[in-house]
Design a protein around this ligand. Sequence first.
Ligand SMILES: C=C1C[C@]23C[C@@]1(O)CC[C@H]2[C@@]12CC[C@H](O)[C@@](C)(C(=O)O1)[C@H]2[C@@H]3C(=O)O
Ligand SMILES: O=C(O)CCC(=O)C(=O)O
Length: 330
Amino acid sequence: MVVVSQPALDHFSPIKTCKPTASYFSGIPVVDLSNPDASSLIVKACEEFGFFKVVNHGVPMEFMTSLESQAINFFNLPQSEKDRAGPPDPFGYGSKRIGPNGDVGWIEYLLLNTNPDVVSEKSLFIFRENPQIFRSAVENYVSAVKKMAFEIVELMADGLGIEERNVMSKLLRDEKSDSCFRMNHYPPCPELQALSGRNLIGFGEHTDPQIISVLRSNNTSGLQICLRDGAWVSVPSDHTSFFINVGDSLQVMTNGRFRSLKHRVVADPMKSRVSMIFFGGPPLSEKIAPLPCLVVEGEESLYKEFTWWEYKKSAYQSRLADNRLGLFEK
Ligand SMILES: C=C1C[C@]23C[C@@]1(O)CC[C@H]2[C@@]12CC[C@H](O)[C@@](C)(C(=O)O1)[C@H]2[C@@H]3C(=O)O
Ligand SMILES: O=C(O)CCC(=O)C(=O)O
């Protein structure tokens, strides 16, 4: 019999737990980017789930594996070394604390700006001995993933029947775009599982405030998405593919036709999860408003107009679980 010791549980105390109950979801839409119907499949997936998996994406596997191994090397460093790249301001290394509101999770991460100059400055602390290897792994990966993200939002515009197919990609392509990139590490937590039969929450439920998020992880599951009926389901991992989710800004731009995806990560009791996510955002001064061509004549628009900066600030000010509250009131 295992006796639950309070000090052992206290070690995890500020971090929420959940029962390991969510079932694997087999209905995730898969979009093959080489399929001539990709644009309509993307629109359908965004309307139904705000989420889909991409195959035949053109990002070299080598870029994924080399950045993953750089990330693992970093997360394996002694804590004192990792702390030199933190605390996040918001960029840099963070552990357990997520964002400015006191949210916590069973996670450590590196949050980077996708502006190459900022990556370079932080990488000096991230890899003191050879920052160039880290920097080029990030650059190769991020530029390939961005290219895929541009293509996806252009296909989206085609599928929505928008004539100006670069209406969203030009925001992401802008050199002042406020996009960011993060690498998350969720260490295994066998003790907690043994003691309580529960799993730790790695990243609490939230929606992403940006336009589109592009996620790739190693072969450890943990990502859960909330379906339209409110049920949480687990996403089977696939280290060769990317998972795309609709962000709050895209929900606004499509006047609610696409809904941003509520998601969370639950730490695996036995295996480390490493994920890398590109968050594509617009330039800070850009207005976030429904695209006029998507507001049916005579119909009221669902959303007020925000600049991305105002918008992001309010997303950051509210709590993780309700980061869209108040933003989208009629
Ligand atoms: C608690 C928070 C963390 C977060 C900012 C927020 O207030 C709500 C959104 C969170 C999120 C999710 C997507 C990205 O990982 C992120 C960098 C972002 O832009 O919004 C994080 C924020 C963060 O970790 O600082
Ligand atoms: O790490 C993951 O798999 C997802 C994390 C996430 O939702 C985020 O970083 O916003």
